[in-house]
Design a protein around this ligand. Structure first.
Ligand code: NAP
Length: 241
């Protein structure tokens, strides 16, 4: 049975991604920075008959926590770097403190790198390793430069740049792994109603998770080093960087 680790999976998009991958027959390591919340989430899934799930404590900003999580796994096929924070809005360029920007980058950018580096040895042993970095349309520099884009005015000095940096890292990682079986992609789940945005988003967690699941399960003939978002081109799902 193939296994997947999802960070920030105790609720919202990460939790629904866990549910959908369980339904597709994967073993899910349900990552949560608070193990009690993770266990509660895992029990909820087990109550639905989805038993191949184990809660695992992992705070992506804490290297000891990441290493402890790593020690609990013997194999891994898919890593979904989902944990993310907004950092509070508004985030004007003029007024946002660099402490806030660092805090957001610690989770959304450096956290992804630390987790990826910790688990890459296990992923390399998989026949079909996959990494999905959960990004945002707000990380697209091209869209942010287009006044006709529907979210053009949604500018943020910490969150958007953290996802732009994550996108850049995704390109580099995918390039380095281009001659291997890895598929490494950045996926925007779309503006989704969750705690993240006080449930203001129009999208559902089911649709958001389905986008992530698609690239978590992408076949050997699938893309790598891409940025995907159904929001901008529903036909191809390709987003401009
Ligand atoms: P959410 O409801 O706020 O859930 C975020 C999850 O990440 C929670 O499980 C949270 O844990 C966890 N988390 C935060 N910091 C963490 C850390 N240091 N270590 C481990 N886990 C941590 O957010 P969401 O809407 O599901 O967002 C999930 C991902 O989608 C994020 O990367 C976000 O940037 C991205 N995204 C969301 C939207 C949207 O409209 N919702 C749009 C585009 C992209 P706690 O429960 O302990 O806080």
């Amino acid at each position: 049975m193939k296994s997947v680790l999802i960070t920030g999976a105790n609720k919202s998009i990460g939790f629904e991604t866990a549910r959908q991958l369980l339904q597709k027959g994967y073993f899910v390591y349900l990552g949560a920075r608070d193990l009690a919340k993770g266990s509660e989430a895992a029990n909820k899934l087990k109550a639905e008959g989805l038993n191949n799930v184990e809660a695992i404590q992992i705070d992506v900003t804490n290297n000891t926590s990441i290493q402890d999580a790593r020690k609990q796994l013997d194999s891994l096929d898919i890593l979904v770097n989902n944990a993310g924070i907004a950092g509070g809005m508004p985030q004007t360029a003029a007024d946002t403190k660099t402490d806030t920007i660092r805090e957001v980058f610690d989770t959304n950018f450096f956290g992804v790198i630390d987790v990826t580096n910790a688990f890459i040895d296990l992923l390399k042993k998989s026949d079909e390793p996959r990494i999905v970095n959960v990004t945002s349309g707000l990380g697209s520099l091209t869209l942010h430069s287009d006044p006709s884009w529907k979210y053009y005015k949604v500018k943020s000095a910490a969150y958007g740049p953290s996802k732009s940096a994550l996108n850049a890292y995704t390109i580099v990682l995918a390039y380095e792994l281009r001659d291997t079986a890895f598929k490494v992609n950045a996926v925007d789940p779309g503006y989704t109603a969750t705690d993240f945005n006080h449930h203001s988003g129009p999208g559902t967690i089911e649709d958001a998770a389905a986008r992530i699941v698609k690239y978590a399960m992408i076949g050997q003939d699938g893309p790598t080093g891409g940025f995907f978002s159904d929001d901008n081109n529903p036909e191809t799902g390709v987003s401009p960087w």
